[in-house]
Structures are given as structure tokens and as C-alpha cells.
Design a protein around this ligand. Structure first.
Ligand code: PLP
Length: 350
């Protein structure tokens, strides 16, 4: 059909992780969701926002997510003018490309990392440059000066789980002429964050999601932190009512319940480290992870065989289509009980 832009007509489109209808009958470890529910304060806030008869839904929500940006600013130590809220961090990743890269202009990403960046660039008509990784998880052949419009750095890396040291990220920030977008979707499970670099460098943007550590994947919530000039530009592009009322109320409540949040992250980290040791003991090659998942390869390096075996036992993990990753699986960290059952299944599958 020649009504379409050629890049849209010809593109494949991103394939998100499988979301089964009968989710309760699976151990679901394929999209890095949180195995625990969100803070109980979240439910209270949603009901309060709805009111007795749901009348609040008649009127539009705050277009600027003002209370939420204040709550996030307080937590992360930034003025709200440095924060933009997003309908899932995917929304703001998209808008960052739209704001910076015109048709034919270059953006860059690390391979492997979150494959959605390339899809977003394709929609925009931007060119994509891929930087590979060295054996010790540094970026291969990164130029002294990178002149592209934007560079996506996922840290902790997904799907591999390692994190780049902050001093290394800082060096990259100095070498980028365009924006350095640090996707910290998994930073709440990690030992460090690059947030301080946002204050130090005017080209650094940090994005976060509430889908993982705050257990709010179903509400679609994310944010970006950057200089107000960048935030103002992103504000012009987003849908003006991008976050609904319930999502805004839920997120404020989740952010304010730091006790619950910290406990939940600590449990997941503990289970991750235990699972890593156990998997290693049965011969798996596991990359030490700073996220809420591990990338692990079975002794025969046949990810598909193990994926099928787990699938048959109603355990869903992620087999990535990238040939570079076919030797292993990305396994989200569930509850301790779910991971014990997964480990037992892996022992049986052999
Ligand atoms: C690295 C990375 N960035 C961003 C996202 C998107 O998160 P959200 O649910 O906030 O759109 C994901 C989701 O899996 C991710 O793995």
C-alpha cells in the first residue's frame, strides 16, 4: 500500500514478551515484572482518587502530573522542572528520539541491549549505529568523539544484567556530542545510579520505569530526568494528558512508601543472588546481574531446548530472537518459591 511511509510499510515492528491470558497458571519469568504486588498504599490511593461513585473520572487528569513530579523530585533530589512523567518509560524513550533525531540522522545503541530503541528509530526514519560489547562488558570501538544525535546506554544492561561503572559512563558522557540517554529501568536493583551525572553534564538524561521495582507494569509509568531545556522540549511532544488520574495517584503513593519499596527490592536481590549461585552449581554460565533477572546459558548452550522444557512445565522465560543470545535465556526473578520450582525444573530438564 503506497499510502504509507516506506519505513513503516517495510518495518517488522517490536514483538513484546508473551502475556498469556491464563497468567495465574504460569510461573511467569519472561518480562521482568515484579513477583510481589505494589504497596498496599497504591490500592488505597486508587480508591481514594476514584471516590465513591467514580465521579473524578469525568474530568481530565493533571496534564503536567504535577503532584507526581513533586514526589519524584523529592525522592531523587531534583526540582520538578527537571522531571517529565511518561506513560511507561517506552513513551519517553520514543519522544527523546523524536526530539533529537530527524529523518536520516544517526542515533546509537549497544548491542545487545533493549531492542525497542532500534524500532523507535526506524519509525522516526533515523539511522542506527550499533556498538558491540567487549568480553569484559565495555563498549567496543567507541570513538573519542561520538557525533550522533543520541546514544542509548542501558545500565544495568538488559538482557545481560551487568552494569557499567559510573566513572566509565561519565567518560562516555564527555565523549558524546549529542544526548547520552542512560536507561536505568533496572537501577533500583543495582548497587549504583548515574543520576548525579544529570547534574554534572547538560547532555545526560536518565530514564526510569515503575514497571519493575515498583510493581506497576500494568499502570504504565515511567519518567526521565534531565536539564529543564530538555524536559521543556519533551513536554511539547508528549500527549498532553499522557498519564491518567489513577496512574498518577498510584505512583505518588508508591513513591511515598519507600519502606515497602526497599523491602521488596531487597527480597528480589537476595533471591537473585541465591538463584545465581544455585544455577552456577548445576553447570549454568550465569552473568552476575544487577537487575531483577539473570542471563544464563545451559552447559550445552542450547537456549531453545531449555525454553521448551520449561514451557512444558508452565514456566515462562525469555528466549531472545537475537542469534547472539540463542545460547541462553533471560530469566526474571520471581518469589523464592517460584525460583525453587524453576531450579527443580531445570535440574529435571538437564
Ligand atoms: C531496558 C528497558 N527499558 C525500558 C523498558 C520499558 O519499560 P516500561 O514498562 O516503563 O515502558 C524495559 C521493559 O522491559 C526495559 O527492559
Amino acid at each position: 500500500m503506497n499510502l504509507l511511509r516506506p519505513n513503516i510499510r517495510d518495518m517488522k515492528g517490536y514483538v513484546p514478551g508473551f502475556q498469556p491470558d491464563d497468567v495465574a497458571s504460569w510461573i511467569k519469568l519472561n518480562t521482568n515484572e515484579n513477583p510481589y504486588p505494589p504497596s498496599p498504599k497504591v490500592m488505597e490511593a486508587i480508591y481514594e482518587e476514584l471516590g465513591a461513585d467514580g465521579a473524578s473520572l469525568r474530568t481530565y487528569p493533571s496534564a503536567s502530573s504535577s503532584k507526581l513530579r513533586e514526589a519524584a523530585g523529592e525522592l531523587y533530589g531534583f526540582d520538578p522542572s527537571w522531571i517529565i512523567m511518561a506513560n511507561g518509560s517506552d513513551e519517553v524513550l520514543n519522544n527523546l528520539i523524536r526530539a533529537c533525531a530527524g529523518e536520516g540522522e544517526e542515533i546509537a545503541l549497544v548491542h545487545p541491549s533493549y531492542s525497542y530503541y532500534a524500532t523507535l528509530a526506524e519509525i522516526q526514519g533515523a539511522r542506527v549505529r550499533c556498538f558491540g560489547l567487549t568480553a569484559d562488558f565495555r563498549i567496543a570501538d567507541f570513538p573519542e568523539r561520538y557525533e550522533g544525535k543520541l546514544f542509548f546506554l542501558t545500565s544495568p544492561n538488559a538482557p545481560l544484567g551487568f552494569a557499567f561503572p559510573i566513572a566509565y559512563v561519565e567518560d562516555l558522557a564527555r565523549r558524546c556530542d549529542g544526548l547520552l540517554v542512560i536507561d536505568e529501568a533496572y537501577a533500583d536493583f543495582a548497587d549504583g545510579t548515574a543520576l548525579e551525572l544529570v547534574k554534572k553534564y547538560d547532555n545526560v538524561v536518565v530514564t526510569r520505569t515503575f514497571s519493575k521495582s515498583y510493581a506497576l507494569a500494568g499502570m504504565r509509568l515511567g519518567l526521565a530526568i534531565a536539564r529543564p531545556e530538555i524536559i521543556t522540549a519533551l513536554d511539547k511532544i508528549r500527549d498532553h494528558y499522557n498519564l491518567d488520574r489513577l496512574a498518577q495517584a498510584a505512583c505518588v503513593a508508591a513513591l511515598r512508601d519507600q519502606l515497602y519499596f526497599r523491602d521488596c527490592c531487597a527480597r528480589i536481590r537476595e533471591t537473585r543472588d541465591w538463584f545465581t549461585l544455585e544455577l552456577t552449581a548445576i553447570g549454568y554460565d550465569v552473568i552476575p546481574s544487577q537487575g531483577n533477572f539473570v542471563f544464563a546459558a545451559p552447559p550445552d548452550k542450547n537456549g531453545k531446548r531449555v525454553y521448551d522444557g520449561l514451557y512444558g512445565k508452565k514456566i515462562l522465560v525469555r528466549l531472545l530472537s537475537d542469534p547472539l543470545l540463542a545460547h541462553g535465556l533471560r530469566i526474571s526473578i520471581g518469589t523464592r518459591k517460584e525460583m525453587e520450582r524453576t531450579l527443580a525444573a531445570l535440574r529435571e530438564i538437564g
